[in-house]
Design a protein around this ligand. Sequence first.
Ligand SMILES: [Ca+2]
Ligand SMILES: [Ca+2]
Length: 382
Amino acid sequence: MMPRLISALCCMLCAAQLATAQPSPFQVESIADFDEPWALTFLPDGRMLVTEKKGNLLIVSQEGDKSSPVAGLPDVDYGGQGGLGDVALHPDFANNRMIYFSYAEAGEGATRGAAVARGILAGSDDRPALEGVEVIWRQYPKVLGRGHYGHRLLFDDAGYLWISSGDRQKFTPAQDMQTNLGKVLRLHDDGRLPDDNPFANYRRDNPQVDEEAIYGEIWSLGHRNPLGMTADLQGRLWVIEMGPAGGDELNFIRRGANYGYPVVSNGDHYDGREIPDHGTTRDDFTPPAISWTPVISPAHLMVYRGTLFDQWRGNALAAGLSAKGIVRIALGEDGGAREVARYPLNARIRSVVEGPAGALWVLEDERYDSRGRLLRLTPAED
Ligand SMILES: [Ca+2]
Ligand SMILES: [Ca+2]
């Protein structure tokens, strides 16, 4: 009886908390259902590209009408956290119709790694297809397991392609300059290495390292599973990452900086082993702007640019899986940040994107009782 009594007491406490919670700022409309959706981005014509983890890319209208799956995508290694991932438009999409997408790619044996490919969106509205698909980047090396691909994509105002690369649950690669795992990477749009990246001359200065030319990709290191990456109104880069047990992080990304994982984290290992917190050991690690314990399980990050949600312009919005909602964050001029509000949506939230008219378009995760819906959020009526 005792556990039931305790849970009944907890329910009463929850109910008491709910009674004092702020009213939701949102009017929520359910637009469509998907099969394990992961990412969405808007096309210039107002429709959306939506990815599903099992490998489908769909064109979706704002009314929820779906095209047939875009033909011509490569096979994806679906399972665990892997499958088809992010999707982004080339900055000159209006002229070249080029899109980029990330996915888990099978390797030799049971190894896997994230890859990024691009292709031209062609075909008809009803039967779209990708042409000229080419892989422009891969995680190196491919490893066993199906977690922590990261693989969010972002184009900045200067046209560089940014890729967040997870540690693949292997810990030490995040500090190993001979892998691109656990890193934030900066490339030209065709995958070439920019000459002015911080580690462009790493092999010249460290001739003992192997010949794989990954060093020049690296912008920052010491990341765990960075699932959200966005530029703010000043064009500065912010990355949000899943911590281990505790210690989710929002990081202000500085050129060449080391964010410490797995040497330091405000969380600890799942098996109970302690990881020293940020600030308790080496001083060459950049601490997070925010760390969350208990965790929010951040799956995506955006900066609001519109006016529909008055007062939110310039704030970051993080999608929370375990937080089951959206976390609003004020970004400071100095690279600091603070959480200012949390909006429950009663589902694990995989993605949050701003639409053309300033509405928020949200993808639910599809796991446990979360249903994989596309939601449209507009301000609640007074
Ligand atoms: Ca860190
Ligand atoms: Ca710790």
